[in-house]
Design a protein around this ligand. Structure first.
Ligand SMILES: Nc1ncnc2c1ncn2[C@@H]1O[C@H](COP(=O)(O)OP(=O)(O)O)[C@@H](O)[C@H]1O
Ligand SMILES: Cc1ncc(COP(=O)(O)OP(=O)(O)O)c(N)n1
Length: 271
């Protein structure tokens, strides 16, 4: 079985972060592992608190993972401090990690900051250069490309600027801010649009985490980059389209939409 690792923060409410990543990886058919960067106290209405792990303990988690079950792909999500970012970069280089997907998480949809200002510079200097693909949303891409993004033309310019600078693929997500579901993949001096039907579902907690984990899962399974993105887009559309409605705020998606019921058929064989 192929394996994938998420290095991210825990969302106790289960819709984003490590929890969304593990559910996504499982639904996409890979064995999921996790190295926790922080515990968050949050729910569908917002983030109440963040408790970071120490850099030493994060390194210990990564040593245990890489020295035993080697990940076929790595997804990196919320990393709130420069020290933790440095620890991750050091360990991923030491273990020659492959298929690295970085979701440069900065602000939750609820408005909570998930990275400190000084850590953004360290993220740029230490981590983005070792990624195979970055998956910023519009706001994150504006920070990375240092330009405003208002139109699809701006998306092309920004993705190209980021991709050339960090020598990696860039999936710039139009979803939240441009009010559509069209994402742009820039890769090796070419770009391709991934058009998605906008689903009228206010429950979008964890969409970024889910998409990046689905890409990592498909890379782990050996699919090329553009096919991994295509498959990940289909997965997120299915998870949003299942119209789960939990919590008082922007709720989670149904990560299990594709597998629910399947195990019942399997179990019939053993009756
Ligand atoms: N209402 C929606 N309908 C269909 N796809 C969506 C919708 N909202 C977001 N997406 C998709 O979800 C993925 C994550 O994007 P986005 O929500 O912008 O990320 P983030 O959580 O990082 O802001 C993208 O592929 C985006 O196009
Ligand atoms: C622990 C944790 N990590 C990341 C996020 C942000 O999730 P994301 O999918 O980027 O976006 P929204 O959930 O804010 O739409 C989070 N909330 N918690």
């Amino acid at each position: 079985m192929k394996t994938a690792l998420t290095i991210a923060g825990s969302d106790c409410s289960g819709g984003a972060g490590i929890q969304a990543d593990i559910k996504t990886m499982m639904a996409n058919g890979v064995f999921a592992m996790s190295a926790v960067t922080a515990l968050t106290a949050q729910n569908t209405t917002g983030v109440a608190g963040i408790l970071e792990v120490t850099a030493g303990f994060l390194k210990e988690q990564l040593d245990c993972i890489f020295n035993d079950i080697r990940p076929d792909a790595v997804k990196i999500g919320m990393v709130s401090s420069g020290e933790l970012i440095r620890a991750i970069a050091e360990k991923l280089k030491e273990y020659h990690a492959v298929h690295i997907v970085v979701d440069p998480v900065m602000v939750a949809t609820s408005g909570a900051k998930l990275i400190s200002d000084d850590a953004i510079d360290i993220l740029k200097e230490e981590l983005l250069g070792i990624a195979d693909i970055l998956t910023p949303n519009i706001l994150e891409a504006e920070v990375l490309a240092e330009m405003p993004i208002r139109t699809e033309e701006d998306m092309i310019k920004a993705a190209e600027k980021i991709g050339r600078y960090y020598h990696c693929a860039v999936l710039l997500k139009g979803g939240h801010q441009l009010n559509d579901a069209n994402d742009l993949l820039y890769r090796e001096a070419t770009y391709r649009w991934f058009y998605g039907k906008r689903i009228s579902n206010p429950n979008t907690h964890g969409t970024g985490c889910t998409l990046s984990s689905a890409i990592a899962s498909n890379l782990a399974k050996g699919f090329p980059m553009d096919i991994s993105v295509e498959r990940a887009k289909s997965y997120i559309s299915g998870a949003l389209g299942a119209m789960l409605d939990l919590g008082a705020g922007s709720g989670p998606m149904d990560h299990a939409f594709a597998i629910t019921g399947e195990y019942v058929k399997e179990a019939e064989k053993y009756r």
